[in-house]
Every structure is written in C-alpha cells, then in structure tokens.
Design a protein around this ligand. Structure first.
Ligand code: T4K
Length: 391
C-alpha cells in the first residue's frame, strides 16, 4: 500500500484536535447525564452497588417491556451473556456461527470447549447464508448462533427451519440489534434466546453490559442462577455458576440512556441519510442500505469498496486516519483468520469466499450523536481527494 499522509488542503487539517478526536467509530451516545447522576447519587445513598439491586431490577423490567419479551437477564457484558446462554442451552460439540462477526461470538464457544464451525455469509446481507449453514451440519452439531450483523436481521425463519429439521438449538447474537426488527417484530423474541450487548460503543449503552432476553421461563431461571454462582438464596448453591452480574451503576446508565433512544435513532438516521446523499456521487463506494420498512438503530455506517475502485479499502482507511478520523475495518479478517481458529482450521477460507471478500472490502464510518457538523462533508472530501489523486 502506498504511504498516505495528512493533506494540508483538506478542511479538517489544522482544525482544533477536538473536532477530529470526536470522529471515531464507537463514540458513546449519552442520554441524560443529569438522570444518570441522580440515579448514581441514590445508589450511593442506598449503599447497594451490585447483586441484583433495585436499579438492575428496574432496568431488566424496562428492557423486557421495551422489547416485548417475558425475561431480560442483565449481565456484566455481552460476551459473558453469550457464554451463559450457550451453557444454559446445553450446547456442546460443534456450533455453527458466521466467521464474519466480532470475535466474541466464536470465543464464547471456544472458551467453553465447544468447536465453532464457521459458515459463509450472503454477500448482500453480510448475514449467515442458510444453504452454507446446512452444508456445515455434522453429527456433532448441537446448535446454530445467528448474528444480526449491523442490526440487520439474520434470516431468522430459514435458520429456525434448519434447526427444527435437524433437532438443533438456535440462538442469536443480537449485540448490534437492540431496537431493530425482523418482519416488523422486535428482535429479542427469536430462537431460544437472544443476546444483547450494551457496550459503550453500542447504540444503547450501560458503559459495559449485556443481557439475554427470552420468552422461556425455565431458561431465564437457569441463567439467573448461572450469573450468580448458582446461588438459590443466601446459603444454597444448586448449580455451577459464574459471576455474570450487571452492577447498579451500569443499570443507572442504561436507565438514563433508555429514555433517549429515539433521539439517538433520529440522529443516526439523519447521519445515515447524509452519508447516503454525500456518497451517491462516488459509485466505487457503496453504502450498505438499511431496509426502512423495518426498525433500525442505524448504528453502523458500512461502506463497501468496489473491486474497480481507484483506491484500496486500506488506503481509504489510512487516508481517514491521517486526518484523525478513526474508521474501522470491522470485521476483518474474519474470525477464521484469527487465533486460535487460524491455526486450527488453516483451510477454512476455502468455504468462506463471501466472508473473505466482504471482510476485505468494508470500512465502517463514524456516526452517533457526537458526530460534529461538517464531519460527513469532510469525509467525502477526503475520499474525493484520494480517488482523484489515484486516477
Ligand atoms: N457479538 C458481537 C457481534 C459484537 O459486536 C460484540 C461486541 C460482542 C458480541 C461482545 O459484546 P461485549 O462483550 O463487548 O458487550 C468494540 C467493542 O469493545 C465491542 O463491544 C464491539 N462488539 C465491537 C464491535 O467493537 P473494539 O475492539 O473495536 O474496541 P476499541 O477499543 O477499538 O473501541 C472501538 C472504538 O470506540 C474506538 O474508535 C474508540 C471508541 N470508543 C470506545 C470506548 C470503549 C470511545 O470513543 N469511547 C469509549 O468509551 O471492540
């Protein structure tokens, strides 16, 4: 890749660093600082910081109501939530997952001695391709984890059909999909359970946090046990467990943010439309479209660099970074090329053509409520300069 330096002729150059510093993928959205401070103050007054406190209970109640599901089991982060859901569902042997996802999806399995088996994606949706899933089923397969990547729903019905046909458990990694829908129904009710992440970089955050949502009473009860060392009451441990609890201060952040999610969605939608308009004149770069007939949180601005583009994906990322804009190559290079999977399955790429092509072409751009005015125009200008230099 040719060396790319900051350009003095770009508008962003010489601007106060504060401007560029806010242009990071993953800048947190903050709903109401005042509400958070009030709730945190009450928490100090109560001197109850963890272990199923009143804020966590209210948070769980509000999330379940918001999603229209019976249970929300709040956890300390999305990864532990995945691990507990996987264990509570009794998954074992092999579980089929996409490789094109954040590595936590695969690690949550491997960490528990389960083999993640990577199936290819549909290049149009970036989600699991049901035919590829079928091809990966073996006698050792116990389940499928679909990922609603970028908040766009996985092929829920097709995956459920495969799971039913083969007697497999189906769950979803819905880390990106809080507030999104599939065929008009809120994500959170599909499969045996769905796992949410409320990490700081997510559209809705609790600093760190996660949850499993489900309509299955027994499963919810089991996960509540597992996240608290298996304790039933003060003295009795009736199951193996871990520490997966959400703490009160995180629930306070969640409650303070939940009241403002419509504002965040409006802001993200506005940014998405502005990107779409700005980039429409650059046919070499295509912006991943959200289906506006569904509910979306628009948290990921996903750009695909076409094969005939005058600059490579890595050059585009480097050009942005040279101006202080931290765009990301999510989810490059695909889990199958990360350790330990790279060493375990050196030939996995042979059945993951779409995964590799998509992973090599995506750039994720900054959005969120903190995106400064003029940022999208600046990003467009950087692309225009780079592409015309390359012509
Ligand atoms: N499944 C899926 C599909 C996921 O995407 C994730 C997490 C999970 C499961 C697991 O859920 P958690 O256990 O995380 O709840 C970030 C996040 O850490 C991770 O939560 C997220 N997915 C992933 C997509 O993005 P990195 O490795 O990119 O993080 P990092 O430190 O590079 O930060 C990302 C950007 O955010 C940077 O540009 C800086 C900015 N940032 C970050 C933080 C924490 C801020 O501006 N402020 C902040 O407070 O993983």
């Amino acid at each position: 890749m040719k060396e790319i330096r900051s350009r003095p002729d770009l508008a962003i150059n010489g601007a106060p660093p504060a401007f560029a510093d806010t242009l990071h993928v993953g800048r947190p959205n903050v709903g109401s600082r005042e509400t958070f401070m009030r709730l945190a103050g009450e928490m100090f007054d109560r001197q109850w910081f963890s272990n199923n406190g009143p804020l966590v209970q209210e948070f769980e109640h509000r999330i379940a109501a918001h999603l229209g599901v019976r249970h929300c089991v709040a956890m300390c982060n999305g990864t532990i939530a995945l691990e507990i859901a996987i264990r509570a569902l009794g998954l074992a042997g092999e579980v089929i997952v996409p490789s094109y996802t954040f590595v936590a999806t695969a690690h949550a399995l491997y960490w528990q001695g389960i083999t993640p088996v990577f199936a290819d994606i549909d290049p149009r949706t970036h989600n699991l391709d049901p035919d590829a899933v079928r091809r990966m089923i073996t006698p050792r397969t116990s389940g499928i984890i679909g990922v609603h990547l970028w908040g766009r729903a996985a092929p829920v019905d097709a995956l459920q059909g495969i799971a039913d046909e083969h007697g497999l458990r189906l769950m979803f990694d819905s880390a990106h999909a809080f507030g999104c829908s599939y065929k008009g129904q809120t994500i959170g009710r599909f499969g045996a359970c769905e796992v949410l992440s409320f990490h700081a970089t997510k559209f809705f955050n609790t600093f760190e946090g996660g949850a499993v949502v489900t309509n299955d009473d027994e499963l919810a009860e089991m996960m509540r046990l597992m996240r608290n060392f298996g304790f039933a009451g003060y003295d009795h441990v009736i199951h193996p467990g871990t520490n997966g609890k959400m703490i009160e201060v995180c629930a306070a952040m969640g409650l303070a943010n939940l009241a403002h999610i419509d504002t965040v969605i409006d802001s993200n939608r506005k940014n998405y439309h502005a990107y779409r308009d700005a980039l429409s004149g650059l046919p070499e770069l295509s912006l991943m479209a959200y289906d506006e007939a569904e509910r979306n949180n628009f948290q990921y601005i996903v750009l695909e660099v076409g094969e005939g583009c005058r600059a490579t994906r890595d050059e585009l990322v480097a050009a942005l970074q040279a101006e202080g804009i931290l765009a990301r190559k999510y989810f490059w290079p695909g889990c199958h090329k990360m350790q330990p999977y790279r060493a375990l399955y050196p030939h996995a790429g042979m059945v993951l053509h779409n995964t590799e092509r998509v992973a090599d072409s995506v750039v994720v751009l900054p959005t969120g409520t903190a995106l400064p005015d003029g940022a999208i125009a600046t990003i467009l200008r950087i692309f225009q300069v780079l592409l015309s230099d390359a012509a």
